[in-house]
Write a protein that binds this ligand. Structure first.
Ligand code: SIN
Length: 527
């Protein structure tokens, strides 16, 4: 029987320790409140840690927030929330200057920041630290966080449920993986900063922890979710036998890498004559799929062999070393690549200050849907969003001054049934495979319906939500998979990253709007 521990009391509980969660924690601590940052794995593990390309912002004198705004809106394919994009591009440069003042180092050339380019940006505006920008930012924020005694990290503690009383969140329940206990946390506010859900798909660039946990916690509390059908597939993940689907940053194409099919032909000209390899990600990913089908090939190639080997080794040290460790010298050989799930644009619906539809719950970073990404995220806007809206979440919490709840009644039903690790592993294997087939790069109504019912079958094997980490993550993948597939089936058009074979056109009359969903009494309801 799983023991429920005595409640922990803190002012603010943040679930997740990527860029959004950490930036939020720093802001709240400045205001004097006590913060607990709970992570389900070791404290630094997050998608932020693995972000390669960089962080976009109009920091160059030749650039402007207006130009960044226009590129973001264009990539979002008619669905960006303009006020949110304005906040992103106008506050972004200030947040970056502050990050630099915390100690973050970005690459410079002759004393000025070296800015790189990625798909759909009209100019070079991406700051980077080699090809491991996320690691530099994560380490900087961790160090900044350690300066204050107000922030308490709590590792291996997975948020599994929100505690709600009288339409207000009064805390949450954490599953302590090491002790196999439940820790109730009573607090003024909970921040969901748990990141994304790329691991719901068989081919994914994401960290194994990206199983959509925060989105499921929100869904199960009846919080409004938006645009879950919009999943971005990155065109170039490493496709080598026995190697993980390691990301090959779009900045490689920004620095001149070329896509070739297995016949060695450069093919992007057929799909986007002007932007070629730097077309928006959905265009490049679908172009690759088309070439794979045509040539019945398992992958296409990313070719850097025409670039200076020294430049490649210096500019992409992590990618170079990783590929070498799998026997591939990218300065001499073309890299086999295949698209993979990378980022979810939808999530927990928020206002401009990260407030959700449930009082006391805030969301920031990939778990949220602020509206900045619309139907397709502009490259390197995600770290920026985490930074800007993580800070805004902190400010909103300080401003909202919610009182510490007086009542916190334990309201969690423990399921003592357990499945064997073999069964959990099989469900964990089947779920992403079904998602890839049914809700991958190209979708259709019957495939999505079939996916939903297959996921119901997997859910039935569990019966109820399990209380063991790996099983719970798998349960979460199934829950979020259902919400994604039902949303993707609901939106009968193609827009941005959501492509329907049976509705291949964009339909502004019916669909130039968010898909807002709540989960109530076991049913998905569109608002
Ligand atoms: C990349 O480096 O290609 C990823 C950057 C991003 O997803 O924004």
């Amino acid at each position: 029987m799983i023991k429920i521990e005595s409640p922990l009391k803190t002012d603010v509980l943040i679930l997740g320790s990527g860029i959004a969660g950490l930036r939020c924690a720093i802001e709240i601590a400045k205001g004097g409140l006590k913060v607990t940052v709970a992570t389900k794995d070791f404290p630094k593990e997050s998608n932020t840690l693995y972000a390669q390309g960089g962080i976009a912002a109009a920091v160059d004198p030749d650039d402007s927030p207006k130009s960044h705004f226009e590129d973001t809106i264009r990539a979002g394919d008619g669905l960006c929330k303009e006020e949110a994009v304005k906040v992103l591009v106008e506050e972004g440069p200030e947040r970056i200057r502050e990050l630099i003042s915390f100690g973050a180092e970005f690459d410079k050339k002759a004393g000025v920041y070296h800015l790189t380019k990625e798909g759909a940006h009209s100019l070079r505006r991406i700051l980077h630290s080699g090809d491991s920008t996320g690691k530099e930012i994560e380490q900087t924020l961790m160090k900044q966080m350690a300066i204050t005694s107000k922030i308490e990290p709590l590792a291996y503690s997975m948020g599994i449920k929100l505690a709600v009383n009288n339409d207000r969140c009064v805390g949450a329940y954490l599953l302590d993986e090491k002790k196999s206990t439940i820790l109730p946390v009573k607090c003024r506010a909970v921040v969901l900063a748990t990141g994304g859900a790329g691991r719901l798909f068989q081919e994914s660039t994401n960290s194994p922890i990206a199983t959509g946990d925060g989105m499921v916690v929100a869904l199960e509390a009846g919080i409004e979710m938006a645009n879950l059908e919009f999943v971005q597939f990155h065109p170039t993940a490493l496709h080598l036998k026995n190697a993980p689907r390691f990301l090959l940053s779009e900045s490689m194409r920004g620095e001149g890498a070329i896509l070739r099919n297995t016949k060695g032909e450069r093919f992007m000209e057929k799909y986007d004559k002007n932007l070629m390899e730097l077309a928006p990600r959905d265009v490049v990913a679908r172009a690759i799929v088309s070439e794979l089908k045509k040539d019945k090939a398992p992958h296409v190639f990313l070719d850097l062999t025409h670039l200076d080997p020294e430049f490649i080794r210096n500019r992409f040290p992590t990618i170079y070393a990783t590929c070498i460790s799998y026997g591939l010298d990218i300065t001499k050989e073309m890299i086999p690549v295949h698209p993979a799930a990378h980022y979810i644009m939808g999530g927990v619906k928020t206002d401009l200050f990260a407030r959700t539809s449930l009082k006391g719950v805030y969301a920031a970073g990939e778990v949220s849907c602020t509206g900045v990404h619309g139907a397709n995220r502009l490259a390197s806007n995600s770290l920026l969003e985490g930074l800007v809206f993580g800070c805004r979440a902190g400010r909103a919490i300080l401003e909202d001054t919610l009182p510490m709840p007086t009542k916190f009644e334990k309201d969690i039903e423990i399921n003592t049934q357990t499945l064997s690790p073999e069964v959990v592993n099989e469900l964990r294997r089947q779920t992403p495979s079904l998602m890839w087939q049914g809700a991958g790069i190209s979708r259709n109504g019957s495939g999505l319906e079939n996916l939903f019912s297959e996921l119901l079958n997997l859910e039935a094997i569990f019966g109820k939500a399990p209380f063991e980490r790996r099983a719970r993550e798998t349960w979460n993948m199934i829950q979020l998979g259902k919400a994604i597939s039902i949303s993707a089936n609901y939106r009968t058009e193609s827009r941005g990253a959501h492509f329907r074979e049976d509705f291949p056109k964009r339909d502004d009359i019916r669909w130039k709007r968010d898909t807002t969903l709540i989960y109530k009494n076991g049913k998905h309801i569109f608002l």
